[in-house]
Design a protein around this ligand. Structure first.
Ligand code: MG
Length: 168
């Protein structure tokens, strides 16, 4: 047993959700990877639904303000922003709170394109952004059967954080 007075939990879990509508004429970015498709995801930033869900999961795990509070869509500064910026800020806050990322698991719900062929590239990129191995990034893709949501992409993500032994 530790004799320090560090009462932070050893692990913390976080959950994030996001959705964006498909729109013609813009690139499709998912998990920091640009995918070949005839539509992209609209939004104030680059619309990367998966990075937004993971960002909110990281922030939620440390009970920090959510992505919308930290990067308000009303602020023109974030127009067209690369969502990697949001993820990096969330990760910085996680580290400052004394935690590192254990693993991430995510589900994408979208009618098209098929994610299977891109799954490895997305997991690799997300792992790289979070500083973990690809084996610690789970990704499932589902079609929105019975939801009448073919015009949108949805992402759910959970993260597990682990307390770092040293302070800072
Ligand atoms: Mg979003």
């Amino acid at each position: 047993m530790s004799t320090t007075d560090d009462r932070r939990p050893t692990t913390r879990i976080g959950y994030g959700f996001d959705s964006h509508e498909f729109r013609a004429g813009i690139p499709l970015k998912i998990g920091g990877v640009t995918l070949e498709h005839d539509q992209g995801l609209g939004g104030h930033s680059d619309g990367d639904v998966l990075l937004h869900a993971i960002t909110d999961a990281l922030l939620g795990a440390i009970a920090a303000p959510d992505i919308g509070a930290l990067f308000p869509p009303s602020d023109p500064k974030w127009k067209g922003a690369d969502s990697v910026i949001f993820l990096r800020e969330a990760l910085k806050r996680v580290h400052e709170a004394g935690y590192s990322v254990g693993n991430v698991d995510a589900s994408l719900i979208l009618a098209a394109p098929k994610i299977g062929p891109h799954s490895s590239a997305i997991r690799t990129r997300v792992a790289e952004l979070l500083g973990i191995t690809r084996e610690c990034v789970g990704l499932k893709a589902k079609t929105p059967e019975g939801l009448n949501l073919d015009h949108a992409a949805i992402a759910h993500a959970v993260v597990l954080l682990e307390k770092r032994l040293s302070s800072s």
